[in-house]
Design a protein around this ligand. Structure first.
Ligand SMILES: [Zn+2]
Length: 198
């Protein structure tokens, strides 16, 4: 289905210039937790978009005397949304929540639109240097160098495999992962039940 095709490739995120960047595995984990909120979209594309937002927004910030790392920012945002939202309010509300705590101008400018003039020529026309190509069914790794470097977990997320199979420390405990999965399962069942009820 073409509507699950992400609009913006993950690899673009590597262009973000920041000393404190949310690590991709943590970003995916936090996005998954966010999408366990009632009525949050469950499509892979939606999860990916939220993951991108977290990485784009969280670059560490000084609030008062306290420095928040990118990771702490993401965890705060996700916990706050999960604790205060009765249901998914969307990416705009999530952004507003983030800005309400950390402000909106404390991240490095990311002007992708300004980049083309400096952008090097494409090395691979197949994947446009994104490392992944749409097979018509799912994302697959491109045969080029970028494809060879593409982390497997990105492909899994892009393809809607929502579990993180190879957690590395200091990642969530299996207990936490199970809890998240259980929440997701319950949400899906609730949603299914809602759809089936007249
Ligand atoms: Zn390629």
């Amino acid at each position: 289905m073409s509507d699950t095709k992400p609009s913006k490739p993950f690899s673009e995120l590597r262009a973000v210039d920041a000393s404190d960047v949310l690590n991709i595995t943590e970003a995916i984990k936090q996005a998954e937790a966010l999408h366990s909120i009632k009525n949050a979209p469950q499509r892979a594309g939606a999860l990916e978009a939220t993951t991108e937002d977290l990485i784009e927004w969280c670059h560490g910030a000084k609030v008062g005397d306290r420095y928040w790392t990118a990771c702490e920012q993401a965890r705060w945002l996700v916990a706050e949304a999960r604790n205060t939202w009765d249901e998914w309010e969307g990416p705009k509300a999530l952004r507003d929540l983030f800005v309400s705590r950390f402000g909106g101008d404390n991240r490095p400018e990311r002007k992708v639109s300004d980049l083309p003039a400096e952008k090097p020529p494409l090395l691979c026309a197949d994947c446009k240097d994104q490392g992944s190509v749409w097979s018509g069914v799912k994302w697959v790794v491109c045969k080029c160098d970028t494809g060879r470097d593409l982390p497997t977990i990105l492909l899994e997320v892009m393809n809607g495999v929502k579990s993180i199979n190879k957690p590395a420390p200091p990642l969530p405990t299996q207990e936490e992962i199970d809890r998240i999965k259980e929440q997701q399962r319950q949400n899906r069942e609730r949603k299914k039940a809602d759809e089936e009820s007249p």
